[in-house]
Design a protein around this ligand. Structure first.
Ligand code: ADP
Ligand code: MG
Length: 262
C-alpha cells in the first residue's frame, strides 16, 4: 500500500493487549499483543493449530479471552468474571462494536433462502435499520465492486465458490465496517477461483481499508500486507514488514515454516 503519511501516526483501530485463551488444558494464546492502525493491512501467518482463528475470533468476542483486552477505536470491550467463566459485560456495547467489524470466514455462510442482493442487504436493513432504497443502491454498488453485479437476483447455490465468497465480502462491506477481518477466505476454493477473491481483497487494501487477514498464501501476504505476524504455539514469534519477514527472516521456526509453505 502506498501512503504519503506514515502509518505509525495513524490512530489505532484494533488494539490487542496480552491476550490469553485456553480450551480446557490446551493453552492456545499465551499473551498476544498487536495493533492495526487505520489503513493498515496486517496478515497473520502460522501453522495449522497455532491459534490464528482463535485470535481473530477473540477480536469480535466470538471467543472470550481468559486474560487481556481488545479495544476497537481505543474503546476497550468490557468483560467480567474470571476464566473459564469470563464473559461479555455489556451486550449493548458488543453489539455496537460488532457492527464495526466486517468478518469473512473460510465458509461463506450466505443464507441459502435469500437472493444474493437480500443477503447483502440483510444487516443494513435489519440490524442497522437503514432505509431500503439507500441500502439497495449501496448493495448493488458493492456487488459491482466485487464483480458480481449480474448475480444480484441469483441464489447462493447458483454461484461458484469464488462468487459466493465475493458476495460474502460485499455483505461485510455493506455494514461499512471500520475493519475487515478475513479468516483464510480462499482456503475452501479451487485455485482458479482463489484469484478473483484475492483480487477483491487487494483492491480493498489499495483503497486504504484497515484489515486483519489470516492467510496460508505467503505470496499474497507479501503483496498485500503492511505488516506480517508469524504465530507459533500461541505466541508472536516474529513480526515486521513483508520484506523483513519474508526477505530477512530471523527466526529458525519461521524459516522452517516458510520452507514448508513454499
Ligand atoms: P489455526 O486457525 O491457527 O489453525 P485455531 O485457532 O483454529 O488455529 O486452533 C488452535 C488450537 O485450538 C487447535 O489445537 C484447535 O484444535 C483448538 N481449538 C480451537 N477452537 C477450539 C474450541 N472451540 N474448543 C476446543 N479447542 C479448540
Ligand atoms: Mg484457522
Amino acid at each position: 500500500m502506498t501512503q504519503a503519511e506514515p502509518l505509525v501516526s495513524k490512530p489505532s483501530v484494533v488494539a490487542i493487549r496480552d491476550l490469553h485463551k485456553s480450551f480446557g488444558a490446551l493453552e492456545v494464546l499465551k499473551g498476544i499483543s498487536f495493533e492495526a492502525r487505520e489503513g493498515e493491512v496486517v496478515s497473520l501467518i502460522g501453522s495449522s493449530g497455532s491459534g490464528k482463528s482463535t485470535l481473530l475470533r477473540c477480536i469480535n468476542m466470538l471467543e472470550v479471552p481468559d486474560q487481556g483486552s481488545v479495544s476497537i477505536d481505543a474503546e476497550e470491550i468490557r468483560l467480567r468474571g474470571r476464566p473459564p467463566h469470563r464473559q461479555i459485560a455489556d451486550e449493548h456495547q458488543i453489539r455496537r462494536i460488532r457492527s464495526e467489524l466486517g468478518m469473512v470466514f473460510q465458509s461463506f455462510n450466505l443464507w441459502a433462502h435469500l437472493s444474493i442482493l437480500d443477503n447483502v442487504m440483510e444487516a443494513p436493513l435489519v440490524v442497522q435499520k437503514r432505509p431500503r432504497a439507500e441500502v439497495e443502491a449501496e448493495a448493488l454498488a458493492m456487488l459491482a465492486k466485487v464483480g458480481i453485479a449480474e448475480k444480484a437476483h441469483a441464489y447462493p447455490n447458483q454461484l461458484s465458490g469464488g462468487q459466493q465468497q465475493r458476495a460474502a465480502i460485499a455483505r461485510a462491506l455493506c455494514i461499512n465496517p471500520r475493519v475487515m477481518l478475513f479468516d483464510e477466505p480462499t482456503s475452501a476454493l479451487d485455485p482458479e477461483l482463489e484469484v478473483e477473491v484475492l483480487r477483491v481483497i487487494k483492491l480493498l487494501a489499495d483503497e486504504g481499508r484497515t484489515m486483519i487477514l489470516v492467510t496460508h498464501d505467503m505470496e499474497f501476504a507479501r503483496s498485500v500486507s503492511d505488516r506480517v505476524i508469524f504465530l507459533h504455539q500461541g505466541l508472536i514469534e516474529e513480526e515486521g514488514t513483508p520484506d523483513q519477514v519474508f526477505g530477512a527472516t530471523r527466526s529458525a521456526r519461521l524459516k522452517q515454516f516458510l520452507n514448508a509453505a513454499s
